[in-house]
Design a protein around this ligand. Sequence first.
Ligand SMILES: Cc1ncc(COP(=O)(O)O)c(C=O)c1O
Length: 427
Amino acid sequence: MDKNWKIETLAVQGGYEPKSGEARIVPIVQSTTFKYDSADHVTRLFDLEEPGFFYTRLGNPTTDAFEQKLAQMEGGVGALATSAGQAATTMALLNICQAGQHVVAASTLYGGTYNLFACTLPKMGVEVTFVDPEASAAEICKAFRPTTRALFAETIGNPGLNVLDFAKFSAIAQEKQVPLIVDSTFATPYLCRPFEHGANIVIHSATKYIDGHATSVGGVIVDGGSFNWANGRYPELTEPDESYHGLQYVKTFGPAAYIVKARVQLMRDLGMTPSPFNSFLFNQGLHTLPLRMQRHSENALAVAKFLETHKSVSWVCYPGLASHPSHDRARKYLPKGCSGVLTFGIKGGSTAGKKFMEATRLIALVVHVGDARSCVLHPASTTHRQLSEEQQISSGVAPDLIRLSVGIENVDDIIADIDQALAVSQK
Ligand SMILES: Cc1ncc(COP(=O)(O)O)c(C=O)c1O
């Protein structure tokens, strides 16, 4: 890889360099295990003295190519692919949190993440305090405890679409000496590279734009290599790991300590591994990510502008619109576009919303975003239905909100479909 390659080139050529006579594209190595001739060689692999593969739960050549490409595109020192975006979030936190410890998170999160933080992590003894991401730094700082291990937020909140104030959040994380962990699923590395704005760890649901074709569920954790784990607060990274015969991650792996630990300790123990076939599809998806994100963003902006002038629509939320509260921040952090997801309120509330969703033809009612095909959803009755109405509102979901994931079809066809479905919704 040429260090100066731009992201469009990395998306196509990064992560995998075939030698003479080897497959031009990343092969699918659908094998759990790898054969060796000498016991010493296997010992060296287990001792992490040399790179190589011995068991697919811990590493696989197809998955490795995907991880390396994504790490290059984000500008990180390493990545770990996981079986789902949820697994990436869970592991990113458990890598540095244990019972009795604490996390501060923006309240504007994907419903599944909110549930994980509000219900499941507390059962494991890890408490999460939610903060309004628009609150002042002083206000957010009040949520921190001596046991706080990380600050967590989404680059573009799902589905509130608030753009993260990276300057404020990274300054708070620095002051409190905790890593800023950012879920950048909606932005993708093409639209925003959070490490350039002070984030320390980035996670993605690869299920969305990285795959881009609605074929595979997966996730990834990317390590920016910038956090000082040796600040005296993270002994799990500086002190010997008894479960790995005394391995000291920072001492042995330097800036890649966090991501190596996530793999050799947590992935070993929790096994949230992607299948090599899915990694192949994610890698395939990355090839066209820059092109797709350009088109998703252009189409979503055109749809948002159309909806803004429509008589049957009460409000439109898209950070690319001047009317969005995060618009200035979007121009700063998302200069290439604001991704493909937008939300709007339909006149006639829930009843009209249901009619609208049933009337669309090209746009499918699907519990998904980030697909090349346009999708529509009513989050309050689907993805966020496990939350109370209060929790829904706090995570940015109004009861009448319709979410559109604008695809890469011809925008005239998308708008025509919306127009006819809006007409049906008002009857
Ligand atoms: C922003 C965000 N993060 C994480 C997830 C969870 O990802 P997965 O469905 O791959 O587990 C989702 C899923 O919708 C999401 O939208």
